[in-house]
Design a protein around this ligand. Sequence first.
Ligand code: BJW
Ligand code: ZN
Length: 250
Amino acid sequence: MKFSDTLIARLRQASSVCVLTGAGISAESGVPTFRGEDGLWKKFKPEELANFDAFIRNPDLVWEWYAYRRRLIHEVKPNPGHYALAELEQRLRDFTLVTQNVDNLHRRAGSRRIFELHGNIERSYCIECRTFVSDLKLDELKTAPRCEKCGGLIRPDVVWFGELLPADAFAEAESASTRCDVFLSVGTSAVVYPAASLAYMALEHGAYVVVINPERTDLSFHAQETVLGKAGEILPMLVHALQKQPEGEL
Ligand code: BJW
Ligand code: ZN
């Protein structure tokens, strides 16, 4: 893979880099994406299950979907794409990783400065009294669990459609997107807002915006470059290319 000279130069000169990741970065670990051909949640559209009304209508079904995904996530490992981003963080003074994923794989790969925009599947809380629970035994239940304190329904601590993103995490993401020199959008269809708006903020503030995805996304029409390919292959090659001596320099 030969990256453009501009991309390599921009990354080498960058004093600030922001990366936004989506489900695609975990695809090579075996976690299905939400949309598209490889989206294994084809049976249900994310909009149908990932919302509060669906949970109230059918808590057992929604709980089962999350319990299944939690089990799957515990069985899989980070892939070379996750590790490459952790390595990139080590090399840069101002590096921010913003993820829409709830699967913890970035943290398990060693990334430190991570902002999770859509929550974390490992945590759950009571919709009535807001008490947090992280008891894995709940996943063995066939029905949505109830709070020990008040009997309220327990839901995963993730952000569903129509819900606000965690304000602190989004503020950090916004700040990183507007100050970065290079913004990488990795493995996301870039259709879910406000996460998708971060790349446009970066563009408005003069960043070099690059999409890394096996197919072009909505953002590709606006980004300076789209590098077509799998995150687990492209990202390690990109980090490697940055390490190589620039041509003409000894
Ligand atoms: C690879 C690969 C490989 C494959 N390597 N790549 C109309 C217009 C604009 C906005 C709206 C609108 N109507 C409503 C809205 C707002 C709404 C929204 O954006 N909807 C759009 C879908 C239309 N947004 C919200 O509601 C958000 N909140 C909000 O706006 O609050 C304000 C508000 C409050 C009250 C009322 C109204 C507004 C909240 C959004 C929450 C999203 N939640 C989910 C579930 C999280 C929990 C869980 O995991 O279950 O987040 S939905 C799902 O989509 C999940 C993801 O994080 C998110 C994004 O998906 P992602 O990551 O991009 O995955 P995919 O599958 O779409 O794409 C994967 C990509 O990877 C593909 O491109 C593949 O090609 C690629 N790929 N293999 C690299 N190996
Ligand atoms: Zn409760």
